[in-house]
Design a protein around this ligand. Sequence first.
Ligand code: GTP
Length: 158
Amino acid sequence: MKTFYDYYRNQVNLSFEDHPFSNTPKHVWVICRFENQWLLTKHKNRGLEFPGGKVERGETADRAAVREVLEETGAEVDQLNYVGQYYVAGKGGTVIKNVYFATVSRLLDQHHYFETEGPVLLDQLPQSIKSNSLYSFMMKDEVLPQCLNRIKEDYLNL
Ligand code: GTP
């Protein structure tokens, strides 16, 4: 397990074990790939980030991941792969989040994208996300690089 601090100085524990903190996490985050590009969304307040959100009552985390990707980007998930789970000890409570890697088969035009401005496709993620004000705080701790390393090893030839 890896322990570090996030953008807001909250402690984060990240693990690539099978659901180490909860079998029923309430949050999901989905690192998405569409036609050799990264697929992000632009959250109206937080900025650019991979799609994700809260698991609804009666929903599994996996279903929530597929739903959030569709709602926030218009993308249909083709394959959803569990990557890991992290635990944030926040000042306003704790958050347990599943991280997934998803490949997307097609992008549909949506009438609205919930709390986001819809899909953003990038050939490459910038090196300097941590100091880039266009990006969400969620992209600015060690969760993203650690998970990307795993994804590159396990699924991509990058
Ligand atoms: P709403 O209920 O939708 O208004 O959102 P919220 O921000 O009040 O609640 P949420 O449960 O999504 O998050 C609570 C707090 O947990 C946030 O303010 C963050 O500090 C923290 N948090 C949530 N998601 C993440 C994440 O992916 N990474 C990190 N580092 N912190 C997170």
